[in-house]
Ligand binder design. Structure first.
Ligand SMILES: Cc1cc2nc3c(=O)[nH]c(=O)nc-3n(C[C@H](O)[C@H](O)[C@H](O)COP(=O)(O)OP(=O)(O)OC[C@H]3O[C@@H](n4cnc5c(N)ncnc54)[C@H](O)[C@@H]3O)c2cc1C
Length: 393
């Protein structure tokens, strides 16, 4: 069959652009399609964990994000009820600071890097359905290309199209460990919070915090169990004050410079992330509540796992089944414990000591993941020309 591409990636945000970037660097013909413009903001705060920063460094993309004025976060404050602990971020695995770039910077830079590496990007392309052969193997996509129906064929179609993934629906990817949205989350951008620290406070029944980001602004979030009602403005300030006197003090003088962005909650699930001719990455394969701030880092991890798996198949080093099964198992080795800890955290049935233990567990998993990235990822996806990568490669 005449194939247009080796891989078509549906969705050009963090998961899709990262997967495309790595595959394009490996020399494959990659097309990214997106129905809208992935370089705009989206409903999401943007804290990236150490493991995600490590990957952006290794890929040589972090410097581009820093060049956009993304501040380094070197101080963390964690609060569990009355107990508040502030500490300096400890350098480990070659990562000296955390970052929380706005999505219009992170996603844009990843997409630009993918295009520079040779991936093609087509905006305004909405996936309508997948193409299948007689044996049920995915062979391409049927799209609405800026108003014109079109068909494109590839060896693999990757669904990086978010939690409501059309790719996942078309292949009927089985979902497991599912739960409905359990927690409601609201955030807004404030000027005038000069602390520069990443703060997360957990009080029985609620969570809140500060995430320093670009343009001197701080994303301030509050969350509590999903009651069916959004958190309104008054409740936002009440929750923040109940979370920590420190938050209350800062918010008295800080200026809200954006609307509030609200959600009743995000469901949690994992999906089987691969089958004949298709794969899922990012939220399409693994969605969880925002309270653990892990979705972006998990998308970066899974993009690299998937790129390596597809490379192994396309280069005929291993069978498709073996490569995709290994992707599934490795993803779940990290994703399952994260998913369970996040769900428990988002259900707000804990006391302060339990919340502290859950956060420690998530921190431990992140460190295990960093270790994995440095010891087990093939060097082919490691961009050695980046000076920040060189320091620990
Ligand atoms: C309120 C909130 C706060 C959050 N805060 C954090 C945080 O602080 N830290 C963190 O790590 N994570 C956070 N997350 C999670 C994070 O936003 C997600 O995990 C992340 O966006 C997943 O990226 P993705 O690339 O998989 O999917 P998405 O960002 O959802 O991108 C999917 C892309 O696919 C495209 N697409 C969809 N359908 C089609 C179609 N049919 N055809 C063509 N294109 C299509 C869309 O246009 C979009 O560009 C938060 C989430 C929420 C809701």
């Amino acid at each position: 069959m005449n194939l247009d591409y080796d891989v078509i990636v549906v969705g050009g945000r963090v998961a899709g652009s990262s997967t495309a970037l790595l595959l394009a660097r490996l020399g494959y013909r990659v097309l990214i399609i997106d129905r809208s413009h992935p370089g705009k903001d989206t409903l999401s705060t943007h804290a990236i964990m150490r493991s995600g920063v490590l990957q952006l460094q290794r890929w040589g993309v972090l410097q581009r994000i820093l060049d956009q004025g993304t501040p380094a976060i070197r101080r963390i404050v964690l609060g569990f009820g009355e107990q508040e602990i502030g500490f300096d971020f400890r350098e480990a695995f070659g990562v000296a600071a955390l970052y929380a770039p706005r999505r219009y910077i992170l996603d844009t830079e990843l997409l630009a890097a993918a295009v520079e590496a040779g991936a093609e990007f087509r905006q305004g392309y909405r996936l309508l359905d997948l193409l299948f052969d007689e044996e049920g193997r995915v062979t391409g996509v049927q799209v609405n290309a800026n108003g014109t129906p079109s068909v494109l064929r590839a060896r693999f179609v990757v669904g990086a199209d978010g939690m409501r993934s059309r790719v996942a629906a078309a292949v009927k990817a089985p979902a497991y460990e599912r739960h409905p949205a359990v927690s409601s989350y609201t955030y807004g951008y404030f000027a005038g919070i000069a602390s520069g620290s990443y703060d997360a406070y957990f009080v029985p029944g609620l969570a809140a915090g500060f995430i320093p980001t670009n343009e001197g602004l701080t994303a301030v979030f509050t969350a509590r169990p999903n009651t069916g009602n959004l958190i309104n403005d008054d409740e936002f300030y009440r929750l923040a004050a109940a979370a920590s006197p420190n938050m209350a003090t800062h918010l008295q003088t800080a200026e809200l410079v954006s609307p509030f962005y609200r959600t009743l909650g995000i469901p949690g699930f994992l999906r089987v992330p691969g089958g004949p001719g298709w794969a899922l990455v990012g939220d399409a394969g693994f969605t969880k509540d925002p309270v653990s701030a892990h979705g972006i880092s998990d998308a970066l991890r899974d993009a690299e796992l998937l790129a390596n798996a597809l490379d192994a198949v396309l280069a005929e080093r291993t069978s498709e089944w073996e490569a995709l099964n290994s992707y599934h198992l490795t993803r779940d080795r990290f994703a399952l414990p994260q998913h369970r800890a996040t769900r428990t955290l988002a259900e707000y049935g804990w006391d302060e000591a339990e919340a502290s233990a859950l956060m420690r567990r998530l921190g431990q998993l992140t460190e295990e993941e960093c270790d994995f990235h440095l010891t087990s990822m093939p060097s082919a996806t490691n961009l050695q020309s980046d000076p920040m990568a060189m320091s620990f490669a």
